[in-house]
Design a protein around this ligand. Structure first.
Ligand code: AMP
Length: 171
């Protein structure tokens, strides 16, 4: 993963002052690195009886869709409010200032389905925790979460106690 780590670029003060944005586009542009990430994700869900990949807008879609195709699994998009056309379930979560929300189609995951969640990065964990709740709300079983990057100093895992989380690269 050292090879992949070198392809994650720090962009200071994006999207606002004080944030160091972890830019994964150099990783995506490198076929070997992209394949290694998807291969590592595949290894971590092998044998777990997963039936759906649920991925979070928008960079989660890139990794989630590639993984779903590789594993022969269905893909479910979780989006910001107002983007999904059919009936949705919504979960709000706290940000540093204010709140945000995510939505999923209410029939996208069937009761009892075993789900792997995918996103690019774990920061405070609020987004992923809300996504885990969405899956549970429709009766799905959130078995495991897969993320490329973890910003461990933000302690995102604290919000996800009791839930299996795998990250490939830690800063
Ligand atoms: P959080 O809910 O705080 O764990 O934030 C995770 C979500 O915000 C993920 O979907 C990330 O894509 C995005 N995100 C948060 N912090 C960063 C960062 N420093 N660089 C890139 N993306 C980030």
């Amino acid at each position: 993963m050292e090879y992949v780590k070198k392809l994650i670029r720090d962009v200071p003060d994006f999207p606002k002052k004080g944030i160091v944005f972890k830019d994964i586009t150099p990783l995506l542009g490198d076929a070997k690195a992209f394949a290694r990430v998807i291969g590592a994700f595949a290894e971590r869900i092998e044998g777990k009886g997963i039936t759906k990949i649920v991925a979070i807008e928008s960079r989660g879609f890139i990794f989630g869709a590639a993984l779903a195709l590789k594993m022969g699994l269905g893909f479910v998009p979780v989006r910001k409010p107002g983007k999904l056309p059919y009936q949705t379930v919504r979960e709000s979560y706290a940000l540093e200032y204010g709140t945000d929300a995510i939505e999923m189609h209410r029939d996208a995951v069937q009761p009892g389905e075993r789900v792997a969640l995918v996103d690019d990065l774990l920061a405070t964990g609020g987004t992923l925790a809300a996504c885990v709740k969405l899956v549970k709300r429709v009766g799905g079983d959130p078995i495991v979460s897969l993320l490329v990057v973890e910003l461990s100093f933000l302690n995102g895992r604290q919000k996800l106690e009791g839930h299996e989380v795998h990250t490939l690269i830690t800063f």
